[in-house]
Design a protein around this ligand. Structure first.
Ligand code: ARG
Ligand code: ZN
Length: 873
């Protein structure tokens, strides 16, 4: 049942022209498709034409106007086969579909009455019979017929070329997209929508009409995304030389959506949570996430749409490159080191966990059962790291030349990862053969570094070795090409000049590993420096570099690389937390050492050049990150050690944190500008430490901040402190007030759910079960499921991993229900149940037991694939 990359075959037929006509109705939408089919002249005449189709009721088939009788074709569950067809002809089919009962949210479905589509990767086959593969590119013309009162707005890709009222009840609009595209980029939207409109003038002076379509009540949440869109369009011109290519660009916000958003040509469709924002309802982090997603989808217009993927194994070709582009954009318009810190934190927790579990796969997988299971952190985030490494190896100038060559050479084509890499090799003259292994080998490489200083020879020898642990199906791994950005920090805290073989390399360089072991000798050093390695996290590896706590504290204060300063602090905190975890196991008191307290004190009291970085440095490593560092994971030890450390820091530095809180308060009107975000972030970190002490004056500060109601970021930070306080009754009034105030806004209610189910108190699981019955919750809406169940499972580790297995049971119940409703979401939600490798035997058995229970159901392909892999582990 698996599909293999090595079995790829060129399509036998191309579709020159695609003419669609939708007659919309909730239960019985009619879709008529006229396809101009052309046989590939290299293939033999006898090959039948096979079209994909899922859950379609076939009404009629005709070739060049002649209706076919039943003997001339075969229709089964997944396809329509025409046995003998001419070289070139018009194929006409009509099918019926039921959007209202489409709970999988793939193909054409309804969300709050609005019709919308999600076609990537294989949703188009749920709309009509079609060669649903990205290497079939066609010009689309789409007529949408709908009710005049309930569906006044009818949208599709490209430009409107015709529209008319049909009768009292119905009207239609016809859209034409001049750019040939694969079916996965098709989109249709119909509903009672309102728009925010704007304009953008491209670098070459063309005017582009920008529209953001939403339900009426959301119009006051559209300004930020519209501005983010304009920033993205300008940025892509300036940084990558990419201009927009249609007369209009539309974004639509949809409440029921499986992912963040979708880059359909000229008509991006967004999960409402990934586009709607205003200060009263949206926290700072979401503003930044929205900016990144708007940019991401817009950037796909070139990296994905103009140049697309030959087949779905190449997914990282467009996703890895586009994530790298959106990361670069966010770091250009906000605090660059903080953007890097956030991205690396995600990679090192969630992606590394994927790499070390049963669903580990390469950035370019070589087989799959269900492609929707491969929209993963590995394809997206590690895929972006691989592109970033190319930038690190080539430098920006050559990387940009490679990018220009790629867009130029492959414009309008469906291509492979090799094509991208070849462009980079060509412009740089570098041999990137070994680099290609990054796409083929799964697992996180481990790099071990040791250094030895020779006082007589005045040199430092740095030894680097690499090894990638085995992953399912890949036991043998080869050495990869790894760029290690580094510098040597002298006693005065400044970077020393790097001299190797008599050659000067400046104060910071990129060492390139290609073998299992390397030695680099740096000359002309008067004393032993502290090596600062993997600056900016120049490669997605686990670095083992045994530095003492002193050296870490030194780098934390002095490293010229903001990311490495933060990382040194995290390592230092981690070593303290590991001491506390050992004490917890030994049943000893958890006493926090002075070094951590003193370095934190210094951070708070010394003037900070970057407040955003400082806020990140004051945060202890997350439970998930700590867990990822342990050979055997003891959730309770991690949780109690981290909680004890937070409280101890709050106690020891109470006055400092109180002063910091005061210092960073501001009455300035809210702006999502990064400098203001940094200030709020710093202030709310301080509030967290203060409240961790449980002191009444600290909780009174939180209550005052909640009552002050300045913006959602501050309200939510305060609510979290109140709702997570040891005294469980303390937050109840605030929780109730918040729930009543925002009952009308689902995106705020998601935050209300998340805040409650992430509380560390032992009643959290019962709270989840209770809230699943709340009227604002619906298991059919992916945002609600993620907010309530996803938050509990991923951000409340002590309660999810309860020893009695009730957390696992709850998740399995949800997965079983979702398996029938929405397989894509079910297969995502089940993943935490598959990460049992490093847990204790009791929990391991409990998780496997729940997976067995899930396997007893009649499973969708997506859930089946994940559960099988996990149980084989
Ligand atoms: N291409 C979209 C994006 O990255 C994601 C679409 C994912 N669809 C899915 N069914 N998994 O922006
Ligand atoms: Zn994408």
């Amino acid at each position: 049942r698996a599909i293999y990359l090595k079995d790829y075959q060129v399509p036998t037929y191309q579709i020159e022209q695609t003419e669609l006509r939708f007659d919309l109705s909730s239960e019985a939408t009619r879709v008529r498709a006229r396809l101009c089919v052309q046989r590939d002249d290299t293939t033999s005449v006898s090959e039948p034409l096979v079209l994909d189709g899922e859950a379609l009721t076939l009404i009629s088939v005709a070739i060049d106007g002649r209706p076919l009788d039943a003997a001339e074709y075969d229709a089964d569950e997944h396809s329509l086969t025409l046995h003998a067809v001419p070289d070139r002809f018009w194929l006409e089919t009509e099918v019926e579909i039921a959007p209202a009962s489409n709970t999988a949210l793939e193909g054409l479905y309804q969300s709050n009455g609005m019709f919308c589509t999600q076609c990537e990767p294989e949703g188009f086959r749920r709309i009509t019979f079609y060669p649903d593969r990205p290497d079939v590119m066609s010009r689309f013309t789409t007529t949408v017929i709908g009710d005049r009162t309930t569906l006044p707005v009818l949208l599709s890709n490209g430009n409107p070329i015709d529209q008319c009222v049909i009768d009292d009840a119905r009207h239609y609009v016809t859209w034409e997209d001049p750019h040939p595209k694969p079916a996965y980029l098709f989109a249709l939207v119909a509903g009672n929508l309102e728009k925010r409109e704007d304009h953008f003038t491209t670098a070459s002076g063309r005017d582009v009409l920008l529209q953001l379509w939403v339900e009426t009540q959301n119009l006051n949440k559209t300004e930020f995304a519209m501005n983010a869109l304009k920033r993205s369009m300008r940025w892509d011109e300036e940084r990558f030389g990419r201009e927009y290519d249609l007369d209009r660009f539309m974004i639509v916000a949809v409440d029921d959506f499986n992912m963040g958003a979708m880059e359909n040509k000229g008509l991006n469709i967004f999960n409402s949570s990934a586009v709607l924002a205003n200060p009263e309802t949206t926290v700072d982090m979401m503003f930044q996430r929205i900016e990144g997603i708007v940019a991401h989808e817009y950037f796909h217009n070139w990296s994905g749409n103009r140049v697309t993927c030959r087949d779905w194994f190449q997914l990282a070709l467009k996703e890895g490159f586009t994530v790298f582009r959106d990361q670069l954009f966010s770091s250009d318009v906000n605090s660059a080191p903080v953007k890097r810190i956030e991205d690396v934190a995600l990679l090192r927790t969630a992606q590394f966990a994927e790499d070390s579990g049963p669903t580990a796969h390469p950035v370019r997988p070589d087989h799959f059962i269900e492609i929707t299971n491969f929209y993963t952190l590995t394809v997206y985030e590690k895929g972006a790291e691989v592109v970033r490494m190319l930038r690190n190896l080539l430098g920006w100038e050559q990387f940009r030349q490679g990018s220009d060559l790629y867009f130029d050479r492959f414009d309008g084509q469906a291509v492979r990862v090799e094509d991208f890499i070849d462009c980079m090799a060509e412009v740089s003259g570098q041999d990137l053969t070994r680099f290609m292994l990054w796409y083929a080998q799964a697992g996180t490489p481990e790099v071990t570094a040791t250094s030895a200083y020779d006082a007589d020879a005045r040199c430092l020898t740095l030894s680097l070795s690499q090894r990638t642990p085995p992953t399912p199906g890949q036991t043998e791994k080869e050495p990869l090409q790894i760029p290690v950005a580094m510098g040597l920090v002298g006693a005065d805290g400044k970077d020393l000049p790097l001299i190797m073989n008599g050659e000067s390399l400046g104060t910071s360089t990129v060492l390139v590993m290609t073998d299992a072991e390397h030695r680099f000798v740096f000359e002309n050093l008067d004393a032993a420096p502290v090596p600062s390695l993997l600056r900016g996290f120049s490669a997605p590896v686990k670095l083992h570099h045994a530095l003492s706590d002193e050296q870490l504290a030194f780098l934390m204060r002095h490293d010229s690389d903001g990311f490495n300063r933060w990382d040194a602090g995290q390592q230092l905190a981690l070593s303290e937390l590991e001491r506390l975890m050992a004490a917890w196991h030994a049943d000893e008191p958890l006493v926090v050492g002075d070094r951590l307290i003193d370095t934190m004190r210094a951070l708070i009291t010394e003037p900070a050049d970057d407040k955003a970085v400082l806020a990140e440095m004051l945060r202890l490593p997350s439970e998930a990150f700590i867990a990822e560092q342990q050979a055997e994971v003891h959730i309770d030890a991690i949780h109690h050690a981290r909680r004890a450390a937070t409280r101890a820091l709050g106690e020891a530095l109470y006055d400092e944190f109180a002063a910091l809180y005061d210092r960073e308060r501001s009455d300035a009107p809210y702006s999502p500008h990064f400098e203001q975000i940094a200030q709020r972030s710093l202030k709310n970190v301080a509030l967290g430490y203060l409240c961790a002490t449980g002191r009444p004056d600290a909780l009174a500060l939180a209550q005052a901040q909640f009552d002050d109601n300045a913006n959602m970021t501050d309200v939510r930070a305060a609510l979290t402190q109140l709702a997570h306080a040891d005294d469980t009754a303390l937050g109840e009034p605030a929780v109730r007030a918040f729930g009543e105030r925002w009952a009308h806004d689902p995106l705020v209610m998601d935050q209300w759910f998340a805040t409650q189910v992430s509380r560390p108190q032992p009643d959290a699981l019962e709270r989840v079960r209770f809230l699943m019955g709340h009227e604002a919750f619906s298991i059919k809406n992916p945002n609600r499921v993620r907010a309530l169940i996803g938050t509990f499972v991923n951000q409340n580790l002590v309660n999810f991993h309860r020893e009695d297995g009730q957390g696992y049971r709850l998740l399995a119940d949800v997965v079983i229900e979702l398996n029938r409703l929405n397989p894509d979401i079910a297969a995502r939600m089940v993943l935490p149940l598959t990460r049992f490798r490093r847990l204790d035997p009791v929990r391991r058995a409990a998780m496997r037991g729940e997976l067995e229970r899930i396997r007893g159901e009649s499973l969708s392909r997506s859930v089946f694939e994940v559960v099988e892999k996990a149980l084989a582990d």
